[in-house]
Design a protein around this ligand. Structure first.
Ligand code: NAD
Length: 395
């Protein structure tokens, strides 16, 4: 294993963010009279930072936004630095597994609404460090629910994932919100377990909750441990990408601006006690993704042999869901729509990583290996065998 690298420089200010566009969603609703102070957990991470920016700049006179984040290995304050001079934005460094920090934040800022995004979110890591996933995703959610109950929160919007449903066969219909949960990896299981606690607090204590199950989100600001930013950064470096298994699993991808719109829509139009899937129409295999990225990065190749120079393989995950497929009709009926095509979203993403990917989070070299490991905010790269041929998929 390569030497570990510690990330302690979250508060170091290089001014890099000043060159970046302030990216948000595009929806704007009539404001809610009973919403004033919104706490967004995981606000320095990927998806939540889009919502933090979106709500802060779209509703400056109506909502105060408190981004609550422990600043884990994947976070960056660069994600919200552009908001530091906004009167309605505050950052609170806190840990959702620490009850006194949670309650302090809730009381200090008189929070009435919670968007709960904070989580250990990377499936690959959950195979090796599953206790950490249970601790943050299950116990952390429990702590937050207790805090929410204590202060009498008006809306608790819990962010879950399409992975709680487990694998969906090619021939199966898209899954509705009423489908059975059947997670297949420790990350997905911890997210499903968190949902059970959320549901129980709704039933036992009348906590006003909404659960959101989204499919994969991509776009600028995503830590390069996930497939799209990781492969983009590798190709930008002129290095090949490495697929797990045979590259055949498919995923549906939603641009982060559209995800921010989905959460904005659910805040303003979602019904308490309901579950909403957030579904995209863009489903592609990991192998197809490589062709799209090569094209977008501007790498020309002719034929199979040249393609093989850029696309390598390593062993698969212990279990790799072939596909996920949620039916997003219920959310569409609230007026939400997917506005960004995969082609447009990928272009915005690749351009952003070309300009900022190498500096936004500090040195990302170790993160770009096929199965990096994180130990107490240390990123350690792996030494997996890499080949030119597809590896047997784990089903
Ligand atoms: N990325 C996706 O495609 C996707 C898809 C569906 C659902 N989700 C869900 O959306 C949420 C956000 O995902 P993401 O990809 O943006 O995650 P991310 O890993 O980019 O960000 C997670 C954030 O949570 C923070 N955090 C972690 N542990 C914490 C703790 N104990 N206390 C406070 N903060 C803590 C981290 O510092 C980080 O800023 C997660 O709940 C995830 O399960 C993600």
């Amino acid at each position: 294993m390569a030497t570990a690298e510690r990330r302690t420089n979250f508060f170091e200010e290089t001014g890099l963010w000043k060159d970046a566009p302030l990216l948000t969603g595009s929806t704007k609703y009539e404001t809610l009279p009973d919403v004033k102070n919104i706490m967004i957990t995981g606000g320095a991470g990927f998806i939540a930072c889009w919502l933090v920016r979106h709500l802060t700049v779209t509703y400056p006179n109506a909502y105060n936004i408190v981004s609550f984040d422990k600043l884990d290995y994947c976070a960056s304050l660069n994600n919200t630095r552009a908001l530091n001079d906004k009167r309605n934005f505050t950052f609170y460094q806190g840990d959702i597994t620490n009850p006194s920090e949670v309650v302090d934040c809730l009381e200090r800022y008189n929070i009435d609404t919670i968007f709960h995004f904070a989580a250990q979110s990377h499936v690959d890591l959950s195979f090796g460090n599953s206790y950490g996933f249970t601790h943050t995703n299950v116990y952390g959610t429990h702590v937050l629910l207790e805090g929410a109950k204590k202060v009498g929160i008006k809306r608790f919007i819990h962010i879950s994932t399409d992975e709680v449903y487990g694998e969906v066969k090619d021939e199966d219909d898209d899954l509705l919100e009423t489908s059975i949960l059947a997670p297949t990896n420790p990350y997905a299981a911890s997210k499903a377990a968190a949902e059970m606690l959320v549901h129980s607090y709704m039933k036992s204590f009348k906590l006003p909750v909404i659960i959101v199950r989204s499919n994969n989100v991509y776009g600028p600001h995503q830590y390069p441990e996930k497939v799209i930013p990781k492969f983009t950064c590798l190709l930008n470096r002129g290095e090949p990408v490495v697929l797990h298994g045979d590259g055949s699993p498919t995923r549906r991808y939603l641009f982060a601006g559209d995800a921010a719109d989905a959460f904005d829509t659910i805040l303003h139009r979602g019904e308490i006690g309901h579950i909403y899937n957030v579904g995209s129409y863009d489903e592609i295999s990991n192998l197809e993704l490589c062709s799209h990225l090569l094209k977008q990065v501007g790498i020309k190749y002719e034929g199979e042999e040249e393609f093989k120079k850029w696309v390598k393989y390593t062993h698969d995950r212990p279990f790799n869901d072939h596909r996920y497929a949620v039916d997003g009709t219920k959310l569409r009926q609230l007026g939400w729509e997917q506005k960004t095509s995969f082609a447009d979203g990928l272009k915005i993403t690749v351009d952003w990583y070309k300009q900022f990917g190498e500096q936004w989070w500090g040195n990302i070299t170790k993160v770009l290996s096929p199965f990096p490991v994180v130990v107490d905010r240390l990123i350690v790269s792996d030494t997996e065998a890499i080949t030119d041929s597809p590896q047997p998929g784990q089903k």
